[in-house]
Ligand binder design. Structure first.
Ligand code: PGA
Length: 252
């Protein structure tokens, strides 16, 4: 059985051209101290191959993608498959980010397929869930996140599920500068862990890494990461500056 891991993943989204991406990755490599924290750079596709070489040899630094197609291969113009990602050294794939759900209409059923193919290729899905503001205001956030997780993940066998990383990202906190309070994050993370315990047992639930995402920065990371059920962060804006990103990594 795996141990719960501490993870900080940088989600670069659609930022940085080729040279800028290389510079950022090199800057991060120079600043990172050896530690127990797994640091993931989830970059746009065009960077994966070159950054894979830049981070080689830094044992706790891993490569992530932000999406992949659900099919193995074929006539899907403009798409990238999980096998292609694996072939350039990707270990983690973000699945179901709220921007994918919102702008690309990714449904729970589609995300279940993406989770499956990422696992099949031996990579780790970072499965995102989280509610919009109106859902929280209607006090339905726990139920909504529960359904997102059930619909996209609970078909997995325990030996598959144990490879999953979950990222709770309240949509109202993403890119808004409005972070969930440490208490709000902890409440949801504990709710998720209890849900996992009901489905897969306490041991597996305790071993699952659950990240918080949504306006994490160098100033608030420590308070968030101190929560008992917050095992790290998925970081957007603040992952684009090496100094800030590494400060977040050092916040445990
Ligand atoms: P943010 O993005 O840190 O810029 O809020 C987080 C995310 O979308 O993963």
């Amino acid at each position: 059985m795996k141990k719960r891991q501490l993870i900080v993943a940088g989600n670069w989204k659609m930022n940085k051209n080729y040279e800028e991406g290389r510079d950022l990755a090199k800057d991060i490599v120079e600043r990172l101290q050896p530690s127990q924290v797994i640091v993931i750079l989830a970059t746009p596709f065009i960077h994966l191959n070159s950054i894979s070489n830049i981070i080689k040899g830094v044992s706790n630094l891993k490569l992530g993608a932000q999406n992949c197609h659900q099919e193995e291969s074929g006539a899907y113009t403009g798409e990238v498959s999980s096998g292609m990602l694996k072939s350039v050294g990707v270990d983690y794939v973000i699945v179901g980010h709220s921007e994918r759900r919102e702008y690309f209409e990714e449904s729970d059923a589609l995300l279940a397929k993406k989770v499956n193919i990422v696992l099949e290729k031996g990579m780790t899905p970072i499965f995102c869930c989280g509610e919009k503001l109106e859902v929280r205001e209607a006090n339905q956030h726990l139920e909504l996140v529960e359904n997102q997780i059930k619909n996209a993940l609970f078909h997995l066998l325990p030996e598959e599920f144990e490879k999953i990383v979950i990222a709770y990202e309240p949509v109202w906190a993403i890119g808004t500068g409005k972070t969930a309070s440490p208490e709000q994050a902890q409440e949801m993370h504990l709710y998720i862990r209890n849900l996992l315990a009901k489905q897969y047992g306490e041991e597996l639930a305790q071993a699952t890494t659950i990240l918080y995402g949504g306006s994490v920065n160098a100033g608030n990371a420590k308070d968030l990461f101190q929560q008992a059920d917050v095992d790290g962060g998925l970081v957007g804006g603040a992952s684009l500056k090496a100094e800030d990103f590494v400060m977040i990594v050092n916040s445990f």
